[in-house]
Design a protein around this ligand. Structure first.
Ligand SMILES: Cc1ncc(COP(=O)(O)O)c(C=O)c1O
Length: 390
């Protein structure tokens, strides 16, 4: 007997993650024995810090295997608060911090708390695809603000031009996935001013904040505009800085009322994130020594290597990314100007996995992650150049 299962409208409208789709295709080719080089992943290739693994082991041995406080163990909140105090000079109480199953869940809950159906949310683009889906899941509407003509940094006029009576907030991400752009003091000050004047909230996703290179510097928006503290939700996590993507620990800091509501939502969808992973995160944040800085230097070397190797690639245009671990490459001047076609063909013909810019609302570009070995970067760049010459 055939059942006619009704799928909800919001579920029907969700688009699967294009990044994961490419990664799956690449894995498939790899299992068939093809020499696939994957530059599609959004995760560091390093092992998690030894201090994280030891802390997880200890936690299991101690029997820390039960539900924890819904919003996270006090020890991890303490580590997060201490980190924000030392790194940015910001004071957050435990009631203003929530630990979630990855920064992704923290972002989801923040959007659920801040956006009503029909509200509009500004998102500078190119943008990480989940922002848009999360806004949709709240019934709200995204308003994309293109930054591609401005070095991927949002301009005041473009943001102001996108405002309407329905605008309630803005989601920003610096260092940026997919562009690698890092917003400077002036840009952050301008966004803060826009929020202040128009009564907007800001979700500030700084998950890549430890990964900035050369002259670039990362600022928390509240270092620039401390007066807007009550309208900012900061999102961060251990995934990218500590190569802990599989542990699924992210967190948010914000005004108590908003965090309490995020806590309520979390209590109905997942409860606390894994107890063991929370202890591992304490181990990472408190005991990993020079781990983050060593890896940051490795990423910087890889970035420089990739830029050197691709500098004479026919028809490609790319800015030197200032942060994160992605190069966002303009392929419109190449022999395959369509990004989806570019990614499909280079995977099939040269076994190089890249992500089409279309997945980040930026057709004509491709994203190449350099979170991989220098040998892979050399070989990948050679194959890209060969592909372009044909
Ligand atoms: C911009 C951005 N925000 C948030 C996340 C989510 O990170 P997590 O693994 O902590 O959920 C990612 C992961 O790719 C990301 O690129």
């Amino acid at each position: 007997m055939q059942m006619n299962l009704k799928i909800s409208r919001s579920a029907s409208e969700i688009q699967p993650s294009a990044t994961l789709a490419i990664a799956a295709l690449a894995r498939d080719l790899k299992t068939k024995g093809q020499p696939v080089l994957s530059f599609s992943a959004g995760e560091p290739d390093f092992a998690s810090p030894e201090s994280a693994i030891a802390a997880a082991r200890d936690a299991m041995d101690r029997g820390e295997t039960r539900y924890t406080a819904n919003s996270g163990i006090p020890e991890l909140k303490k580590a997060i608060a201490a980190y924000y105090k030392t790194r940015f000079g910001l004071d957050y109480a435990p009631s203003e911090i929530i630990v979630s199953g990855g920064a992704k869940q923290a972002l989801y809950q923040a959007v659920q708390v801040l956006a009503d159906a029909e509200d509009e949310v500004l998102i500078p683009s190119p943008a990480w695809v989940s922002y848009v889906e999360q806004v949709h899941l709240a019934g709200a509407k995204e308003v994309m603000v293109d930054t591609s003509d401005a070095g991927f940094i949002p301009a005041r006029e473009s943001l102001e031009g996108a405002l309407s009576k329905k605008t309630v907030g803005i989601m920003i991400n610096s260092p940026n996935n997919p562009t690698g752009a890092v917003y400077g003091r002036e840009t952050l000050g301008m966004i803060a001013d826009l929020a202040r004047r128009n009564g907007l909230w800001i979700i500030y996703d700084e998950i890549y904040e430890r990964l900035v290179y050369g002259e670039a510097a990362h600022y928390n928006i509240l270092q620039i505009a401390p007066d807007i503290r009550d309208r900012v939700i900061i999102v961060n996590g251990v995934s990218k800085a500590y190569s802990m993507t599989g542990w699924r620990i992210g967190y948010a800091l914000g005004p108590k009322e908003a965090v309490a509501k995020m806590d309520d939502i979390q209590s109905h969808i997942s409860s606390n994130p894994s107890s063991i992973a929370q202890w591992a995160s304490v181990g990472a944040m408190e005991g990993s020594g020079s781990y983050v800085e060593d890896n940051r230097r490795a990423f910087e070397r890889r970035r420089d290597l990739l830029m050197d190797l691709l500098s004479d690639a026919e028809g490609l245009k790319l800015e030197r990314p200032a942060g994160a671990f992605y190069a966002f490459i303009d392929v419109r001047g190449s022999s395959v100007p369509d990004d989806k076609e570019f990614c499909r063909r280079i995977l099939e013909e040269k076994f190089v996995a890249l992500v089409p810019g279309d997945a980040f609302f930026a057709p004509g570009y491709v994203r190449m992650s350099y979170a991989c070995s220098e040998a892979d970067i050399r070989e990948g760049a050679a194959r890209i150049k060969e592909f372009l010459r044909r």
